[in-house]
Design a protein around this ligand. Structure first.
Ligand code: FES
Ligand SMILES: [Fe+2]
Length: 352
């Protein structure tokens, strides 16, 4: 692999910036964790995931404390995992409870990670266990609201740095180009100015269009506002190194020109670094209209997954370029980069 050279201003995170441990990351979709053992590497830590007898998600260090045998290649028994190499058994807390050839068990077992299952997601705290605080799980208001129909996307493996994907998610300017065939944004979308605001370690950004009819293909065909004026707002928010969200909202105006309650969808994105050069990616959409149209949910889910597969390909291509090309490269900036630049400043500062 090529030598890692700096390619941007010192105050911006790039693909060489150290990973951040003191955060809640999405480890898996709830449905991925079963009564079988499953390995997933997160922040360069090999983890084994499963459900215990009560159905609770358990995440442990995957490396046997004895001679490093992978526990996901071992056996899940009642009460814990028995390593397939020399038979040491760990309980659901990672403590050693049986060593077949001796009476006493060594005191240090393997690390148990703190998890929380909320809606369709299983979160894991990757810092020191003593520092875990459930209140730090980013609150996405659409997680548990009855007024939203959820379309949960499938797990995606991304062969590129999570920084590249966060930048993609903070970037409204690529939508009409990279996603020309899937999302079908009109040319007018490209010209709308992008507003950016920073609130502590969060970044919000959006662009607005006065005529929502240009965006019709992006919404349910049954949506009709008659002659009412409707603004289209497209934007997103970088929340934490693990979380980003996007939205497309239609905002009808009343006769006084005041904004009425928006109709639209949020797309929640969850990025979990696997290594510096790869990450896990989860998403789900929540929409607050045509709640019972399951056919539309299916179509909407497929359209969004197709679009995200274009991002997966693009991020992989970027990562490969970083890995192999030896040009003396220094990235240039354009106006539309601002949300991503602010996000990269925040991550760089967090990484110290
Ligand atoms: S490596 Fe697991 S018991 Fe020896
Ligand atoms: Fe994209």
């Amino acid at each position: 692999m090529a030598e890692k050279k700096p390619y941007c201003a010192d105050d911006l995170a790039d693909i060489n910036t150290p990973l951040l441990f003191d955060y809640w990351y999405v480890a898996a979709l709830g449905g991925e964790i079963t009564h079988d053992l499953k390995e997933r590497t997160i922040l360069n830590r090999s983890l084994v995931m499963y459900r215990d007898e009560n159905g609770n998600a358990v995440i442990l260090q995957n490396r046997c404390a004895h001679r490093s045998f992978p526990l996901d290649q071992s056996n899940l028994e009642e009460g814990g995992i028995r390593c397939r190499y020399h038979g040491i058994k760990y309980n659901h807390d990672g403590e050693i409870i049986d060593v077949p050839c001796q009476d006493k068990c060594p005191r240090s077992g393997i690390k148990k990670y703190i998890t929380r299952e909320i809606g369709p997601l299983v979160w894991v705290w990757m810092g020191e266990n003593a520092d875990a605080d459930e209140a730090d799980i980013p609150e996405l208001p659409v997680h548990n609201m009855d007024k939203w129909t959820h379309v949960v996307g499938k797990y995606n493996h991304m062969e590129g740095s999570y920084i590249l994907m966060h930048e993609n998610l903070c970037d409204l300017s690529h939508l009409p180009f990279l996603h020309a065939d899937t999302f079908k944004f009109p040319p007018e979308y490209t010209a709308a100015p992008i507003k950016v605001e920073q609130d502590g370690n969060k970044v919000t950004f959006y662009r607005q269009m006065e005529d929502w009819n240009l965006l019709r293909p992006f919404f349910h065909p049954g949506l009709d506002f008659g002659n009412q004026k409707v603004i289209y707002k497209s934007g997103g928010e970088y929340l934490t190194p693990a979380t980003n969200k996007g939205y497309g909202l239609l905002i009808p105006l009343d006769e006084n020109g005041d904004e009425c309650a928006p109709v639209g969808h949020y797309v929640n994105h969850y990025l979990t670094p696997e290594t510096e050069e790869s990450c896990h990616y989860f998403w789900f959409i929540a929409r607050n209209y045509e709640l019972d149209d399951e056919d539309y949910s299916k179509k909407q889910g497929e359209m969004v997954q197709n679009g995200f597969e274009e991002d997966l390909v693009a991020v992989k291509l970027l990562q490969e370029m970083f890995d192999r090309d030896q040009h003396d490269y220094r990235e240039i900036g354009i106006k539309a980069d601002k949300p991503g630049v602010v996000m990269r400043k925040i991550i760089k500062e967090l990484a110290g």
